[in-house]
Structure formats: structure tokens, C-alpha cells
Ligand binder design. Structure first.
Ligand code: 16G
Ligand code: ZN
Length: 532
């Protein structure tokens, strides 16, 4: 009762902008920072309920808008094992955010508590962090009000990358179990990754220096700190685009999203030929790599290339170790056709295709002993199942080669963030593999050649009319459209195309690939024309 009156009282300080509609989507709530005060306050309330529902386990709240422009912000919830919020709770988040009045909000709060049998007097624990955006501090203040109103205990982890907060949430909730994930602090994160990297690369030549564009976001200072823990005996990293105080420069003509969608170098970055470069996004949960050749041609090594590299390396290590484990790869329809062909025909690893969105990939990859997932945009990770880790730990190696492979695999499981795609952890993974293979970026790029492809955004009257099946690869509605797409695709060598409604924008996306640049472009245009 007291909690409800506190909520009503605090809520008057965080009024909902008149007429504004909100939706908790695949990336949580994300829009102009100036429109988020009431939303973040209410997310605080929901985080408290979520924790209570789960017997006081710690829930995370991350305030970030990732690769979006500097004036945007966003907020998302993290479940106890460091995973995305359970899908059934997204609807509650949307309801809370859209409640018209303080009174309606307290009623929603009570309704969720009652329908899920949540005891409002039980403990609630929440941790939170934010990225470097200017609107962050005020939003965090709103969040604290929400947590205080809902009588939750909380800890402020200040500025972190998104994956660092996911890591900390998992550490806290596994602290008292037989398999604690790590020390629940930023230092604990650096120590875990640094130690694992040192073990994985032990005895290998020191990797070539890598230059990283940090999108002028939180990844810059955090990567420098991580490199300090690793030590310059093991790794040299040059961080560029690290002006976090110039808030207007965040993600501006740099960063993973810019490089991937524009297929070009970040503004002002002039690489030497065949040197490895990488770009992070604004909250450091995505990474893409690239290099230029002697003719200054730009070559992108995206999420598909990372997945293939990781799957190849892990598959080979498993083979050497003699442990009976299977590595599998999870992709979305956006994965380049050449990457899928390479994985299935050359590496002969199983592939699962899921709908777009991290939570779908994450869940599908938990079904493998070792599940590799990356979206083409550079978000991804490698999950080691509990049984795989146990099998490796208890394996009795017959020779030093096997022992080496087992040690490397176990260190990889520590190096690779097990909660979510993590640009810093993925960076170390790629560097470690290249150093094992004595490869530069061009050798890595040789594994397969991407089919030319084109992504087109088409604004339509009603994107909800576009219903798909088969992991978004085929349209069921509008009726008849898929048959027309099929007829077009048939005319192109190595042609493939699909249409799906965006989950983050009011538009549909058309993807097309074919044997040549010209054909891919033409196919994309022709399929787009069908939608008009
Ligand atoms: C969200 C997803 C991302 C996906 C993108 C597709 C999460 C955390 N993020 O940003 O994985 O690639 O949506 O956007 O799930 P679209 O639906 O607009 O094409
Ligand atoms: Zn991001």
C-alpha cells in the first residue's frame, strides 16, 4: 500500500509526454532522449517486479541507444543470467510506458503483481549502467526514482558497455553457485578476459597491432583499460574515435553500423594496406573488421566472416582434442549466401536459421554443444553449453596436443562473453584466432567471397500486412507476392531475395543477392517495385 502511494507520488515528477506512444521492441525502448524520462522511471518499477518474481535475483537495466544518433537514448532490461528480458514481459513494459495517468500506472503495477503472484514485500535487486550520452545522467535519476518508489535495492555501475553490464548481472546471480561466472565488477571483467586472452595466445607470436574505431562511445575508454590489463607484451591496440566528451560525435560517420551499412572507412581513418582495423558501435556490443589492399580497395569482414572464422577454429580444436562435441552456427536470412555455403559445404557444420533479433539467435545457439551466432551486422558470440564445459573439464588428455586443445577451448569459453554479443570480447577472439593461424586480414578474407548484395528500405502503407514464415525467408502475406518474388529470383544466377517488415522502423526491408553487383542491385530494385 505504501509502495503504491510512493509510486503515484514519484510518478507525478516523471509525467508521460501527452499523446506519445511507446513500444518495448527488440532493442528495448529507443527514441529521443528527451521523450524517455517517464519511460525510464517506469522501467525501474518493472525491474523491481521482475526481480521479485524471480525470488530477488538481480535484474539489470541498461540506458543506451547503441548506434543511434547522439540525441537518442534507450533503455532495456537484462534477465538474471545476463540474457535479454523474457519475451512475455515485453508487453508489461509497453503497458507501463503507455499508462495515461499516475493512477492507471499504479493499477497496472498492482495488476501485474496480482496476476503473477508477486509478493510486493519481498526483496528486489537491480543494477544499472549507462553509455556516454548527454541525456544519460538525467535518465538514470529517473530510474533511481522508479527503483526507490518500488522499494528496490539497487547499485549504480555508472558508465559501462552494454555487455559489461550483462556480465555483471550474471556474475551477481551465479556468485553463490557451483559455477560463479566471475567477479561482479568492471575490474573482474577485465581480469577474466585478460587472463583468458593470455592463455589462448600463449606461445604464439604477438599479434600485429590493431586499430579500433570506438565510434566516440563508451567502448573507447573501456578498450584502453582492457588493453592495460592484457599488457603490451601480449597486445598492441590503437584506439581512434575515442572522443567521448564530444557528445555530438557519437556514432557520427564512424562506428560499426556506419562501416557496415555504408561499406566504407570511418571518416578520417586512413589505414595502411593489409593492416587489421575494426569498428565498435556506440555501446560496444557490435564489431566489424576491415582492411584495404594495395589498390586501396576496402574489404569488409562482417559478422558472417567472424562466425565462419570462429566456427572453423573451434571445430578444428574440438577435432584435435578428441572430445565428443559438436559446434553449430546460427544465422539469419541476412547471412551472405557464400558464408552459409562455406559453413555447410567446406566446414560441414550444421546451421540453424532464425528470425532477426539477438534473442532468437541466442536461444537457437543454446541447442548446440558449442553454438556460434553472429548477425551480419557484427553482433554475436559463441555459447559453450554447461555439458560441453563439463566434458572439457573432466576430459583426460592422452597427449600434449589434446591437452593444449582442451586448455584453449576452455579459455575461449572464458574469453567469449557467454551472455550477449560483446565487441571487446569478440575483438580478442578474432585476434587470438588470427595469431594462431598466423593470418592477416586478407588470408581471413580468402575463406570465401561474399556474394554482392543490396539492402533496400521501402516505406509501405502498412508494414503489418507483411507476414513471413521459414525464419523470415518467405512471405505468406500479402498473398501471391512470394510467387512473384520467386519468379524474379529464378532469373538470376545465385539469386536470393526476401522481404520482411522491420522490427525497429516503420518500413519493410528488401534483401537481394546475386552473382554480380549489377544483378544484385537489379534484383533488389525489381523486388522493391513489387511492393508499390
Ligand atoms: C534490433 C536487434 C538486432 C537486429 C535489428 C534488426 C536486438 C538486441 N537487436 O536492433 O539484432 O539486427 O533489430 O532491425 O535484438 P530491423 O528489424 O529494423 O531490420
Ligand atoms: Zn549496440
Amino acid at each position: 500500500q505504501q509502495q503504491l502511494s510512493q509510486i503515484a507520488k514519484f510518478s507525478t515528477l516523471h509525467p508521460r509526454p501527452y499523446g506519445q506512444k511507446y513500444e518495448y521492441g527488440t532493442a528495448g525502448f529507443r527514441l529521443l532522449g528527451s521523450l524517455l524520462d517517464s519511460v525510464v522511471f517506469r522501467v525501474g518499477l518493472l525491474a523491481a517486479l521482475r526481480s521479485r518474481k524471480l525470488d530477488g535475483e538481480t535484474i539489470g537495466v541498461m540506458v543506451t541507444a547503441s548506434h543511434n544518433p547522439p540525441d537518442d537514448n534507450g533503455v532495456k532490461l537484462i534477465d538474471p543470467q545476463g540474457e535479454m528480458l523474457e519475451a512475455s514481459w515485453e508487453a508489461y513494459a509497453t503497458k507501463f510506458a503507455n499508462a495515461e495517468t499516475d493512477d492507471e500506472l499504479t493499477k497496472e503495477y498492482l495488476a501485474v503483481a496480482e496476476s503473477l503472484n508477486i509478493n510486493l514485500d519481498s526483496p528486489a535487486n537491480v543494477v544499472f549502467a549507462r553509455d556516454t550520452r548527454a541525456s544519460g545522467p538525467a535518465l538514470v535519476a529517473a530510474l533511481k526514482d522508479g527503483l526507490a518508489a518500488a522499494a528496490a535495492d539497487y547499485a549504480d555501475y555508472r558508465i559501462l558497455t552494454t555487455p559489461q553490464l550483462h556480465y555483471i548481472v550474471k556474475c551477481i546471480n551465479t556468485a553463490k553457485t557451483a559455477t560463479p561466472y566471475g567477479h561482479p565488477s568492471e575490474q573482474g571483467y577485465y581480469e577474466k578476459l585478460a587472463t583468458a586472452f593470455q592463455i589462448v595466445t600463449k606461445g604464439k607470436p604477438k599479434p600485429h597491432v590493431i586499430t579500433v574505431d570506438a565510434a566516440n562511445g563508451v567502448g573507447g575508454p573501456k578498450l584502453k583499460e582492457l588493453a592495460r590489463y592484457i599488457g603490451s607484451d601480449y597486445l598492441d591496440v590503437i584506439v581512434v574515435k575515442d572522443e567521448i566528451d564530444a557528445v555530438e560525435k557519437l556514432n557520427y560517420q564512424c562506428g560499426a553500423d556506419f562501416v557496415k551499412t555504408q561499406q566504407k572507412l570511418p571518416l578520417g581513418v586512413q589505414p595502411a594496406p593489409y593492416e587489421l582495423y575494426a569498428s565498435l558501435d556506440g555501446d560496444a556490443d557490435r564489431i566489424v573488421f576491415y582492411y584495404i589492399d594495395e589498390a586501396k580497395k576496402f574489404h569488409l569482414l562482417d559478422g558472417d566472416k567472424i562466425a565462419s572464422l570462429a566456427a572453423m577454429f573451434i571445430r578444428d580444436l574440438i577435432a584435435v582434442s578428441g572430445v565428443d562435441l559438436q559446434v553449430g552456427v546460427v544465422q539469419t536470412a541476412y547471412a551472405n549466401g557464400s558464408s552459409s555455403k562455406y559453413l555447410s559445404d567446406i566446414l560441414q557444420v550444421p546451421i540453424t536459421v532464425t528470425r532477426t533479433g539477438v534473442k532468437h539467435l541466442h536461444h537457437a545457439s543454446q541447442l548446440f554443444d558449442v553454438g556460434v551466432y553472429f548477425e551480419a551486422n557484427g553482433h554475436g558470440t559463441v555459447l559453450f553449453s554447461n555439458s560441453a564445459t563439463k566434458a572439457l573439464e573432466s576430459f583426460e588428455a592422452q597427449n600434449p596436443g589434446q591437452q593444449d586443445a582442451v586448455t584453449t577451448l576452455l579459455s575461449l569459453a572464458a574469453l567469449i562473453n557467454q551472455t550477449v554479443g560483446d565487441a571487446l570480447s569478440d575483438l580478442l577472439l578474432v585476434i587470438a584466432i588470427l595469431s594462431h593461424k598466423a593470418w592477416g586480414p586478407s588470408e581471413w578474407n580468402l575463406t570465401y567471397t561474399d556474394l554482392p548484395n543490396r539492402l533496400v528500405r521501402v516505406v509501405v502503407k502498412d508494414r503489418a500486412a507483411f507476414k513471413t514464415e521459414d525464419a523470415e525467408r518467405r512471405l505468406v502475406e500479402p498473398k501471391g507476392l512470394q510467387a512473384q518474388i520467386d519468379a524474379l529470383v529464378k532469373k538470376y544466377k545465385s539469386g536470393r531475395s526476401f522481404v520482411r517488415a522491420s522490427g525497429t522502423e516503420d518500413a519493410v526491408r528488401v534483401y537481394a543477392e546475386a552473382a554480380t553487383r549489377l544483378e544484385a542491385d537489379e534484383l533488389a530494385v525489381k523486388v522493391s517495385d513489387l511492393l508499390k
